[in-house]
Design a protein. Structure first.
Length: 382
């Protein structure tokens, strides 16, 4: 069955096509066209814009559920809730924990791989190979040096679903580990780290290519030691995750990062925890109590320390456009195609393209979310 979407504009990676129609056949995108057959079925979104479904490559939970709940039901809850944020593809993200618990989580995510809602495009291990100085809301009791043997066990339990892992560059054995997993096509991210510029550079030379929530959880820039932030700025052909909720990073710092990296190397993420889409109050992030209020999630015993976010990804997209640091097209791209490219899943999601799954969102002129479609079917409406 074929229908045609009519809208004021359509967001392609590097242009916003004005007017016309976009074909969808059996849940798959067709071509954009200026004219349609007289008897064509029309999905009329006059007054609105159509953008690709958003891709969140760093997200721990949503709707009261967390990946570390270690249950199929939790993953199903997250997948079902994410279309309300404009997200149609994502990487469920773990926290630092014991080897055994992480192994069980791998099994549960693999079992929930085809949950209804936003599509699971891989599994992201945020830890446990971090260092304590910039632990954030990660438990240092479970941190250690990277182990190829551990990783292989987790990957077997995940049925090959682990597609991204974050580590601290100063840990022992990093280069060997990075080379081993990147040879398997796994993306290595660097963060929660007190590494020097040189240590970060060595990890990139070994194959690491992503920076975990840039600025947060890493050694800052200093004129005598450029540190992790200096490495984020300076090392080319790497991708910086960025949380644009206005709390994790000052908008001016976001702008500086984008100037250093370019819009094509900054991937908007949420780092959202279970309180996303939920009322303010008390929650847990891994082992730690969290208080959610005034738009932030903070560790309860240290209210200066952020503990993930409650950001919805379409809001991050809207923020960078409203802050004047990205055009509409750039903002959409930073929340869809660039995250997908950074995690090597751009063959599955991240853009409107003929032959791809018809995962798309409907936006107002102000970039507010109106509706979300997956495989050409509406799954969420405001």
């Amino acid at each position: 069955m074929t229908y045609y979407i009519k809208a004021d504009s359509f967001f392609y990676p590097y242009e916003e096509c004005r007017g016309g129609y976009l074909a969808v056949t059996d849940g798959v995108f067709g071509d954009w066209t200026a004219q349609v057959p007289a008897d064509a079925e029309i999905l009329d979104y006059t007054g609105y814009s159509i953008a690709p479904g958003l891709v969140d490559t760093h997200i721990h939970g949503f709707g009261g559920a967390d990946v570390m709940d270690n249950s199929v039901e939790a993953i199903e809850t997250i997948s079902a809730g994410l279309p309300s944020t404009g997200v149609t593809s994502y990487l469920p993200t773990t926290l630092t924990s014991t080897f055994e618990i992480l192994n069980e989580v791998c099994e549960k995510v693999a079992q929930a791989k085809h949950a209804k809602g936003a599509k699971i495009q891989g599994l992201y291990f945020e830890g446990p190979y971090f260092t304590e100085e910039f632990k954030g809301a990660q438990n240092p009791a479970y941190m250690g040096d990277p182990s190829i043997e551990q990783f292989e066990t987790w990957q077997a339990s995940a049925q090959g679903l682990i597609s991204k892992i974050a580590i601290a560059p100063e840990r022992n054995g990093v280069s060997e580990f990075v080379r081993h997993v990147t040879d398997q096509g796994i993306v290595v991210a660097l963060g929660h780290s007190n590494a020097t510029f040189s240590q970060a550079q060595d990890a990139v030379y070994a194959g690491a290519s992503v920076w975990v929530h840039a600025y947060n959880g890493m050694r800052g820039l200093n004129h005598r030691e450029p540190g992790m932030v200096g490495a984020v700025y300076d090392i080319p052909n790497t991708y910086a995750e960025l949380i644009c909720d206005g709390h994790h990073v000052n908008p001016k710092a976001c702008e500086i990062l984008i100037k250093q990296k370019s819009h094509d190397h900054v991937a908007l993420i949420t780092d959202c925890m279970r309180a996303g889409g939920m009322p303010e109050g008390d929650y847990m992030l891994g082992d730690f109590p969290v208080i959610v209020e005034n738009g932030t999630a903070r560790l309860k015993d240290n209210t200066a320390s952020l503990a993930g976010s409650i950001l919805k990804l379409y809001q991050g997209l809207k923020n960078v456009a409203d802050w004047g640091i990205a055009s509409r097209v750039e903002a959409v791209r930073m929340a869809s195609l660039i995250p997908a490219i950074s995690c090597k899943i751009d063959d599955k999601c991240g853009q409107i393209k003929s032959g791809r799954d018809a995962d798309f969102i409907v936006l107002t002129k102000d970039l507010d979310l109106v509706a979300t479609y997956i495989d050409g079917q509406k799954v969420y409406q405001v």
